[in-house]
Design a protein around this ligand. Structure first.
Ligand code: BTN
Length: 249
């Protein structure tokens, strides 16, 4: 896929596209260190060492997914990373809905789900003062390796008509721009409210969470001001969930 700059974004934007890379995150981090502009996109048809959250790998079947990293230079404090994670989840959910007509759910912090299975995953990490947003969307996979088969789905498996990755990328970049604008201009409350609205997991959902080697079970109780998930455990205590690993209980 060689997206035309203007067709993809309607504005000048640096897009580096590769047929095969280890991970788009590595290249985007290097470009960020070299001072590339905000909005720079690194994408690949295939990743040989795609990176997931919590030390997992990201299954990146050649030509079947959208695998991109976007360099974001946002005027935000470093403590805002959890809110950026939420904003990126909202943007990805919006882009998938727009292009497929499906109605994805969001599982805190930003897993995008169709039929309760993950169709997209998102990483956000700092490189200097830039955020590198890594987004993987399973587009046309028809099957997954055995360890992912019960957890993962693709837009195709979930019933989307044939999806153009170029169109999906264009929608994704537009929705990332808009979600970042909301976060920077309208502030954290706007993103937290949008997430609470868009995610069945934000409150009232019975879940099991792995945190610091322990398994906690309880009912989700909204987001704190920084965007962390609150969990009301069965013993009545309320615990802040700092990282992902949220599963239905
Ligand atoms: C997750 O585990 O949910 C996050 C997955 C993020 C995968 C994307 S694919 C594009 C970018 N490059 C990577 O190596 N990882 C991210």
């Amino acid at each position: 896929m060689q997206p035309d700059l203007f067709a993809v974004t309607n504005m000048a934007r640096q897009v580096e596209w590769f047929s095969s890379v280890d991970s788009t995150m590595t290249i985007a981090a290097r470009l960020a260190r070299e001072g590339c502009p905000s909005g720079t996109v690194v994408g690949a048809d295939e990743q040989t060492a795609g990176i997931g959250r919590h030390g997992h790998s990201w299954h990146s079947e050649p030509g079947a997914g959208l695998y991109v990293s976007v360099v974001l230079r946002l005027d935000l404090a470093s403590g805002a990373l959890p809110l950026v994670m939420l904003a990126l989840g909202l943007a990805t959910q919006q882009a998938i809905a727009e292009v497929t007509g499906l109605a994805p759910d969001l599982r805190w912090p930003n897993d995008v789900l169709l039929d309760e299975k993950k169709c997209a995953g998102i990483l956000a990490q700092f490189e200097g003062d830039a955020v590198i947003a890594g987004i993987g969307i399973n587009v046309s996979h028809t099957r997954f390796p055995p360890d992912l088969a019960t957890l993962a789905t693709s837009l195709r498996v979930a019933g989307a008509p044939a999806v153009s990755r170029e169109q999906l990328l264009a929608a994704l970049l537009r929705s990332i721009d808009e979600a970042c604008r909301v976060l920077v201009t309208d502030g954290p409350d706007a993103i937290r409210d949008a997430f609470a609205h868009a995610s069945s997991y934000a409150s009232g959902r019975r879940v099991r969470v792995e945190q610091n080697g322990d398994f906690l079970t309880g009912v989700t109780a909204g987001l704190d001001p920084s965007g962390f998930l609150m969990l009301r455990q069965d013993n009545g205590s309320v615990t802040k969930i700092l990282a992902g690993g949220v599963r239905p209980a």
